[in-house]
Design a protein around this ligand. Structure first.
Ligand code: SF4
Length: 539
């Protein structure tokens, strides 16, 4: 037999680049890899770890999952050129992604680089620029872990005045015959069961969980990463004490099973509810595994529908979960690529460029009971479910006037599942209305009353959710009126804001408006101009 022309260890034919959020053995990047001639390249780099002031747990999850994936590939006989960060910065062979890649490409001289489309415009630009400078061919393959291709989304979105998620969702359901009857109608008669899915826990709190969510203990490889992160990134926010996340596909599948069997049932009715010291409730917490490609959304949808068909799970829960995946997740990704890089600088409400998140977004040190509880979960788990993200942290950032890009940077730093494609439309669009209505036709503006209705937070808070002025005024409520007051003219033509515009017009007729304006100024002065801000977005 003729000796292969290429040696994957010394001079591979193709170098397949695998990024930290592309950990699937069956992905487009690896589908034609020939272990006899090709090699895989992966890198942990200091610059990527500090591009935003990354939560320690986020660093651990990415590096640990990457190292596990590397070892699995090696176990299958694939050569992997892998750059591991150590506790000693001097050991780095290059501080940033492009430096490390360039050094290796110059040394290994592959004929071609193969990659899958990164979920971040910045990384895509780095790849393209490196390949061009090195004079080596780069083949970028479409990410095949989504229901809707980017071309299909662009075809749907092109020429539309408004992109309505619900319409996109129905189209996807019809296209793939998901939860449809034989004659193409939605199962159960409705496309959407949101009306059944807004239950609160009343005064008594969440019903007993059928079973606590599965927890994964750190294995030796993960412990090694934790030790490294605790030394090298010691001043980063968050904690590694509560590591319990899946870092391999096997673990991710176990996590999915655990959710379908024990929590999906109650997920729907309580998906918008919040409760003190109960961060997970009935949520799947699968976004980290999904966004790293340890799981495929298709298998999640199939398993949820199978649970419904087996009679184990009610339709409103299954439809709510399916909509999160086929509707929101796909829609958000489509918007990111359809709108392009300029979307990241959207600032429709003209917020101050320097208006950064307050320091308690990093350490949770605040008297606001709702924010304090959500931040406990963010610091401990680098995670919160969609309502605390949107209607506590996102809402506060919007009402305060934080620049949408700064909120996006914070979200990228603090959540274990944040990748640019999913974070940007959720933060710049949905949470802060920075995109001026691309993702949501109206801002999710609300006062403390919403939080009071959906949680028990206000009962133990020093503030009063109904008060907008005075010593015990709820900062959400003060800033809500101030937000409507400041942006009244922007929203006056928006039919969906008509009720709120009418309310602020009424409030402007009262004496309280001056007190609200003064109080809001105080809050903003104090929170937006803190000298001791802890953010370190440049690392
Ligand atoms: Fe949050 Fe206001 Fe309720 Fe306090 S009173 S928990 S700050 S919404």
């Amino acid at each position: 037999m003729a000796k292969p022309k290429h040696d994957p260890a010394k001079r591979p034919r193709r170098l397949h680049l695998v990024l930290g959020d592309q950990l699937d053995h069956r992905s487009a990047t690896l589908r034609d890899l020939d272990p006899a001639q090709d090699a895989v390249w992966m890198a942990e780099t200091h610059a990527e770890a500090t591009h935003v002031w990354c939560h320690k747990l986020r660093l651990v999850v990415f590096f640990s999952a990457m190292r596990h994936f590397r070892d699995e590939l090696r176990g299958k006989g694939v050569t992997v050129h892998y750059h591991e960060l150590t506790t000693r910065k001097a050991d780095d062979r290059g501080a940033d992604f492009t430096e490390v890649l360039r050094k290796d490409v110059r040394k290994l001289k592959p004929e071609r680089l193969v990659a899958m489309q990164p979920g971040d415009f910045r990384v895509q630009a780095m790849l393209e620029q490196s390949a061009e400078e090195l004079g080596v061919g780069l083949e970028v393959r479409e990410d095949d872990h989504f229901f809707c291709s980017l071309d299909e989304f662009a075809e749907w979105a092109g020429g539309k005045k408004e992109l309505v998620q619900e319409m996109f969702y129905r189209r996807m359901r019809k296209r793939d015959a998901v939860l449809l009857t034989k004659d193409g109608k939605p199962v159960g008669g409705e496309w959407n069961y949101d009306a059944d899915n807004r239950k609160t826990f009343g005064k008594v709190g969440p019903p007993t969980m059928r079973k606590r969510p599965h927890h994964f203990r750190p294995d030796d490889l993960t412990q090694e990463v934790i030790d490294m992160v605790e030394v090298r990134f010691v001043d980063h926010p968050g904690s590694t004490e509560q590591f319990d996340l899946p870092v391999t596909r096997k673990e991710a599948l176990k996590y999915l099973r655990d959710f379908i069997e024990h929590r999906l049932c109650d997920f729907g009715p309580y998906e918008d509810a919040m409760w003190t010291d109960a961060p997970f409730l009935y949520h799947s917490r699968l976004s980290q595994a999904l966004n790293m490609h340890l799981l495929n959304p298709r298998e999640c949808v199939q398993k949820a529908i199978a649970a419904y068909e087996a009679g184990d799970t009610p339709l409103n829960s299954v439809e709510g979960f399916v909509r999160q995946l086929i509707g929101w997740r796909e829609f958000i990704r489509g918007v990111y690529y359809f709108k392009g890089e300029a979307y990241l600088n959207s600032n429709a409400l003209d917020n101050d460029e320097g208006a950064d998140v307050p320091s308690f977004f990093w350490d949770g040190d605040t008297e606001m009971a709702c924010v304090s509880d959500v931040m406990r979960s963010v610091i401990k788990h680098a995670w919160a479910h969609h309502i605390p993200r949107l209607m506590v942290m996102g809402l506060f950032a919007m009402l305060l006037g934080v620049h949408p890009r700064k909120f996006h940077d914070w979200h990228m730093a603090m959540y274990v599942d944040a990748i640019d494609w999913v974070s940007a439309p959720n933060t710049i669009g949905m949470a802060t209305w920075g995109d001026g209505g691309v993702v949501g036709t109206k801002p999710y503006a609300a006062s403390g009353n919403y939080i009071d209705k959906m949680s028990n937070y206000c009962k133990s808070c020093r503030y009063h959710p109904k008060r907008a002025s005075g010593d015990d005024a709820c900062p959400f409520t003060t800033l809500y009126w101030d937000f409507l007051d400041r942006h009244r003219d922007t929203f006056k033509g928006n039919m969906r804001m008509a009720f709120q515009v009418k309310n602020i017009d009424r409030k402007r007729q009262t004496d309280e408006i001056d007190a609200i304006r003064a109080k809001a100024q105080d809050i903003k002065r104090q929170m937006l101009n803190e000298e001791s801000r802890k953010a370190g977005s440049t690392g």
